[in-house]
Design a binder for this molecule. Structure first.
Ligand code: DP6
Length: 353
C-alpha cells in the first residue's frame, strides 16, 4: 500500500510539534459515505479553505517504557480544558491511522489545541482540528525517517490521514479550492485523499470574501457523522449523489469562465439540497434556525434590489457563509453590519484563501 513504509526510521524519546490548519467551506457538499468502507464518500466534493477560522494544535510525544500494540495514553486539552468528546474522536483517529504510522505505537501523547471559532456549530471544526493533527503527525514522520520525504508526499499522506479522522478534513490540508472524491471530469481526483483543484480558475474566484454569520453557537444535537449515516437508507440518496456530480461538472465551467451569478445559483442550490436531505432523513431533523431563514430571505431581497453579487452557503449547522467578490467588500460589509447583525451572535470576516 502506497502510504505504508518498509524503510527504516529512528525514534526520538520526546518531542513537540505544532501545526495550524484552516477550516473549509464546501461548495459541492460531501454528504453520505459508504457503509462498508472507512471514510469513503459517495460523491465528490469541493471546498474553499478559509483564513481567520483555523485550529492550532500542539502534539507532545513521549516514548513509552515498553512498546505494545496500542497507543496507550492520549490526553486532550481544548482551549486549556480536558475535553472528553474530542478525546474519543482523537482516540478513534489514532487507532485508525496506527496501521499507516506504526511508529505512533511507541508513544504516549498530550494534545493541546484551540480553535479561533466555536466548535461543533457548523463551522467545520472537525475539518481544521483533524487536519492540524494529521499535519503534526506527518511532521513527526518527517523527523523520524532517515530518508528525505518530499513535501508533495507529506501533504498527500496528511490528507489521507486527515480523511480517516473526518472526511472534510482531508480538504483542509491545501489552500484554495480543493477536491475530494473521484469525479470523472477531474484528473487525479480520488476517494482516498484530496487534491488541489487542477484546472483554470477565473480571477473573480481567487478573490472571494467569506463572511460567516454565527447564528447559533451551541454544539449541534446531531453530528455530521450521524447525519451521513442517514443517507444509507435515504429514499432520495441516489439522485442526490448524481446531482452533486452533475453540479461539479457545471462548476468546472463556471470557474473557468468566471460566471459569478451562475456560481451563486449553484452554491445556494447545493446548500439547500444538503439541508433538504437532512430534513427528509429518517429520523428527520433540522439544523436551520429561524434566523438562518431570516438571513436567507434578507440576502435574496438585498441582491434583487442592489444587484450585488452576494450568495450564501450553509454547512452542517445553522450558520451562514456569505460569499462575494473582494471588489464589492466595502458596500456589502456595511450592509451586513446594518441589516443582518441582529440575526446573528457573531460575524467572522474571512477570505477564501
Ligand atoms: C455538510 O467531514 O464533518 O460539512 O467524515 O463524519 O467527520 P465526517 O463528516 P464531516 O462532514 C462534513 C459535511 C458537510 C459538507 C462538506 O464539508 O463537504
Amino acid at each position: 500500500m502506497f502510504f505504508l513504509y518498509k524503510k527504516k526510521y529512528h525514534l526520538d524519546k520526546h518531542g513537540i510539534v505544532t501545526k495550524k490548519s484552516n477550516s473549509n467551506i464546501a461548495l459541492i457538499k460531501y454528504w453520505g459515505k459508504h457503509s462498508d468502507k472507512i471514510q469513503i464518500p459517495l460523491n465528490s466534493s469541493i471546498s474553499y479553505s478559509l483564513d481567520k477560522v483555523y485550529t492550532v494544535t500542539k502534539l507532545i510525544y513521549n516514548i513509552k517504557e515498553k512498546c505494545d500494540k496500542n497507543i496507550s495514553s492520549i490526553k486532550v486539552f481544548v482551549s486549556g480544558k480536558k475535553n472528553y468528546f474530542f478525546l474519543q474522536k482523537v482516540s478513534e483517529f489514532f487507532h485508525r491511522i496506527s496501521f499507516y504510522c506504526s511508529y505512533l505505537r511507541n508513544y504516549d501523547f498530550i494534545i493541546e489545541t484551540y480553535n479561533t471559532f466555536p466548535h461543533s456549530s457548523g463551522i467545520a471544526s472537525s475539518a481544521s482540528s483533524m487536519s492540524a493533527l494529521a499535519l503534526c503527525i506527518m511532521e513527526i514522520e518527517k523527523r523520524f525517517f532517515t530518508y528525505f520525504l518530499k513535501e508533495a508526499f507529506l501533504r498527500k499522506k496528511a490528507s489521507f490521514l486527515a480523511r480517516l479522522g473526518s472526511g472534510s478534513a482531508c480538504r483542509s490540508i491545501y489552500p484554495g479550492l480543493v477536491v475530494w472524491g473521484f469525479h470523472k471530469s477531474i484528473k487525479g481526483s480520488n476517494d482516498l485523499y484530496a487534491i488541489p483543484y487542477p484546472y483554470k480558475i477565473h480571477s473573480i474566484f481567487t478573490n472571494l470574501m467569506n463572511t460567516i454569520l454565527v447564528i447559533d453557537e451551541t454544539p449541534k444535537k446531531i453530528s455530521s457523522s450521524e447525519g451521513h449515516k442517514l443517507m444509507n437508507n435515504h429514499p432520495y440518496a441516489k439522485e442526490r449523489f448524481k446531482c452533486a456530480n452533475r453540479n461539479m461538472d457545471s462548476l468546472i465551467s463556471i470557474l473557468k469562465i468566471g460566471d459569478i451569478q451562475e456560481f451563486g445559483k449553484l452554491i445556494e442550490y447545493e446548500a439547500l439540497s444538503l439541508h433538504a436531505m437532512i430534513m427528509t432523513s429518517n429520523p428527520y431533523f433540522l439544523w436551520m434556525k429561524p434566523n438562518t431563514l431570516n438571513v436567507i430571505h434578507t440576502v435574496w431581497e438585498f441582491r434583487m434590489q442592489s444587484k450585488k453579487n452576494i450568495y450564501f452557503t450553509l454547512d452542517a449547522g445553522a450558520n451562514i457563509h456569505l460569499l462575494y467578490p473582494i471588489q464589492e467588500k466595502n458596500y456589502i460589509l456595511q450592509w451586513i453590519y446594518s441589516d443582518l447583525i441582529d440575526y446573528c451572535k457573531k460575524v467572522i470576516e474571512s477570505f477564501c484563501c
